[in-house]
Design a protein around this ligand. Structure first.
Ligand code: ADP
Ligand code: MG
Length: 374
């Protein structure tokens, strides 16, 4: 199937939005800047209340921004003072709560927006596009059922079809999978991502779920308190978080206070942590004597019964072992009282795990460690 529009290039530059609350202007989006290249998928990831939905609604035109410029393929959609109305933006939107019309059939839900919008289509063309959109989400066989006869997942696919029927150049999705159960959510992630790639549509996806953002996106922009704190490809975000907030929000992480004791020119440092010395990569701007945080992921912690003759090994005692299905997680107390969380993945995990009370050695390979400003 052909889908004519393809994807646009979205540029959001210095976006500002304030809400009036009890007579005061409260800034909720504070200079948000990002670009989405045509046909790529970007997620805005952050905790509840950080301004994700507000950013998305400004792009859609459902809110008027107070500053900054939004443009799609070079066409300015919004400045702080001038705003193109939503139906003239060539943008489709899908919400968490589906927002389908229960008293209409599946087909009517898909075709209705094409018949009432400003750029109203001839009846035949509208019908063709609505059916095409239903086919894309595999609902064409359900066209004449009442929309309420659909399951939750199907209703969300219908909402997606309705957004796609316009053949928008940009698709905006606000936590569209949050109302689905875990298993269906996984399936829908894959469906949504492959559809987006097949159509070559540009997508901006809002979520507070880090695994959703990591698994679906080309780029992830992490938001906190109205600002983007880091924008990167999923792997870079996970392995090279810019700060403690990102490290902590995106996946599980150990954060250990440390002091830089020595450092060489090409990026390695010796830091003192757990009352011992660790070799770790270290950003060039961090001087000797600086307080820092050493971070490492649970899955990169290795454990041994006997002490290996390598750097970054510390003795510890296992205080907790937890079986979580595909992974086993354990907590080991270092002799100075600090603790480290490690995890072991895979089918053999239960056999390869230490037991509570075991005296073990923890190994943090230098390349698994990362130094962040304290
Ligand atoms: N219409 C509104 N009026 C006043 N404050 C609002 C309005 N919408 C959102 N907010 C506030 O703006 C902040 C950001 O909200 P939102 O963009 O919905 O966050 P997120 O989608 O990341 O959870 C929150 O503190 C929220 O309470
Ligand atoms: Mg929201």
């Amino acid at each position: 199937m052909t889908h004519a529009s393809g994807g646009g290039r979205l540029v959001v530059d210095g976006l500002e939005k304030q809400y009036l609350l009890d007579g005061a202007e409260i800034p909720v989006v504070k200079g948000v800047t990002f670009t989405i290249e045509p046909g790529t998928f970007t997620s805005l990831l952050g905790p509840s209340g950080c301004g994700k939905t507000t950013t998305l609604r400004c792009v859609a035109g459902l809110e008027n921004s107070n500053g900054g410029v939004i443009s799609l393929d070079g066409k300015v959609l919004s400045t702080g003072s001038r705003h193109v109305p939503p139906d003239k933006r060539d943008v489709g939107m899908v919400f968490q709560n589906y927002a389908i019309w229960p008293h209409m059939t599946v087909f009517a839900n898909a075709v209705f927006p094409l018949q009432v919008s400003e750029g109203k289509l001839p009846k035949k063309e509208a019908k063709k596009r609505a059916m095409e959109a239903l086919e894309l989400v595999q609902l064409d066989g359900f066209a004449h059922r009442p929309a309420t006869a659909l399951s939750g997942g199907q209703q969300q696919r219908l909402a997606l079809a309705r957004a796609l029927a316009h053949r928008p150049r940009l698709l905006l999705l606000d936590e569209p999978l949050s109302n689905l159960d875990a298993k269906l959510r996984d399936t829908m992630r894959n469906e949504l991502r492959s559809l987006q790639q097949r159509l070559g549509i540009t997508a901006l996806y809002v979520t507070h779920d880090q695994s959703e953002a990591l698994s679906m996106s080309d780029r992830v922009a992490v938001m906190n308190q109205g600002r983007i704190v880091q924008e990167a490809a999923p792997r870079d975000l996970y392995y090279q978080p810019a700060d403690r907030f990102v490290a902590d929000f995106v996946g599980r992480v150990n954060m250990i206070p440390a002091v830089v004791r020595d450092r060489d020119g090409d990026g390695d440092a010796v830091v003192e942590a757990f009352g011992t010395r660790l070799i770790t990569p270290c950003p060039s701007g961090v001087a000797k004597g600086t307080d820092v945080t050493v971070t490492f992921r649970p899955e990169s912690v290795r454990w041994h019964e006997a002490e290996p003759d390598r750097p970054n090994v510390v003795p510890a005692r296992v205080v907790r072992v937890e079986f979580l299905g595909e992974i086993v997680e354990y907590e080991a107390e270092i002799l100075n009282g600090q603790s480290v969380v490690g995890s072991i993945v895979g089918r053999g995990a239960p056999l390869n795990s230490p037991a509570t009370g075991d005296a073990i050695f923890i190994e943090l390979t230098p390349k698994a460690c990362r130094v962040l400003a304290a």
